[in-house]
Design a protein around this ligand. Structure first.
Ligand SMILES: [Zn+2]
Length: 342
């Protein structure tokens, strides 16, 4: 039989580590695909810009890493928004990722409750989040439908929530690793770094993608556990990911290519062009002005302080000031007339 002539260049993994990049890869022999994310200046700009308490910043860093990994898989231009809402001290995390690689993020939290957890040495991701949900929204623009996926936050980490989401909603065997750390150096001072790895099993035959249910914690005693023979390829991939240490995900001396090579070289791993990520907000004076003009006159009147309406962007802290007249112009004559009547 004639062998097809394919000419895929083979080379050693690059030792050059590049921060703020996403590296897609594939292990063809095992039907595995994945991405490695490495964040330096991008995650530092966002987290340092907010000056949140350390555990809140770390948690938001994990959410940023997860959103960047998932958002880059979108096949179209648009936005991917990852948002938590929960009853823990961190009420909300929002990460807004725009293709091809711009990200912004912020958190809402209860300062006193965070401080209490820190004081008790219990500021884990699970305790900070509490119970609630994680929503992932794909927004392709004004004329398109928004797609939203939801998963419960049940006292676990963001990694746990991502695993549950892919298992229950997408039925794709998926493993996610997230790591965030602070780097202190005499020369550069304090900097945040983050890294992540995503691995998915995407066999052509869907029946190979079955995974066992999580242990039914509240099932009556004696209920047999759900037993599924997981595909050998996925068992191998999953166990490789479980060996990844946090330090490997954030180490600037270990390139993303070296990491995937270290994990999967025995099976042959193929890498694709990496995608750059930058921290960038999408707010503008025009967009804030348009938003204010959509408010009712009454709402705008309540916003006036010292003769001005001041709006601060929650993502990047940019401040925009308007005179009431600038944003009070009614779209038609009606509201003006109503305003002048008693
Ligand atoms: Zn902004």
């Amino acid at each position: 039989m004639n062998q097809p002539h394919i000419d895929i260049p083979v080379r050693a993994p690059s030792a050059t580590s590049a921060d703020d990049t996403i590296l897609p890869f594939e292990i063809g022999a095992l039907d595995l695909r994945g991405r490695v994310v490495r964040l330096g200046a991008a995650v530092d700009a966002i987290l340092a810009g907010h000056s949140y308490p350390q555990p809140v910043a770390k948690l938001l860093g994990e959410a940023i890493t997860l959103a960047v990994m998932l958002g880059t898989s979108l096949k179209f231009e648009g936005r991917f928004i990852l948002q938590t809402q929960s009853d823990g001290p961190v009420r909300m995390l929002v990460v807004d990722f725009r293709r091809p690689g711009q990200v912004r993020a912020c958190a809402r939290f209860d300062k006193a409750r965070v401080a209490e957890l820190v004081g008790n040495g219990k500021a884990s991701a699970a305790n900070l989040l509490g119970q609630g949900h994680l929503a992932m929204t794909i927004d392709q623009g004004a004329d398109m439908n928004r797609y939203q996926g939801l998963v419960a936050l049940n006292g676990g980490s963001l990694e746990d929530a991502a695993h549950e989401y892919f298992k229950s909603s997408e039925q794709i065997p998926t493993r996610v690793r997230l790591a965030v750390a602070e780097e202190m150096s005499p020369r550069a001072g304090h900097r945040w770094r983050a890294g992540g790895l995503l691995l998915q099993f995407l066999p052509k035959a869907p029946e190979r993608a079955r995974v066992a249910d999580l242990h039914p914690g509240d099932a009556p005693e004696g209920t047999p556990a759900h037993v599924v023979d997981e595909d050998d390829a996925w068992v191998e991939g999953r166990s490789m990911v479980s060996t990844v240490e946090d330090v490997e995900l954030i180490d600037p001396a270990l390139s993303s290519e070296q990491l995937v090579y270290r994990l999967f070289h025995e099976r042959g791993v193929r890498v694709f062009n990496s995608v750059p990520v930058v921290a960038q907000c999408s707010c503008s004076r025009d967009s804030v002005e348009a938003m204010l003009k959509n408010f009712s006159q009454d709402d705008r009147d309540h916003m006036v302080e010292n003769g001005q309406i001041s709006v601060t962007c929650e993502f990047c802290s940019a401040n925009y000031k308007f005179s009431p007249d600038e944003v009070g112009a009614a779209p038609d004559g009606e509201q003006k007339a109503a305003r002048s009547s008693p």
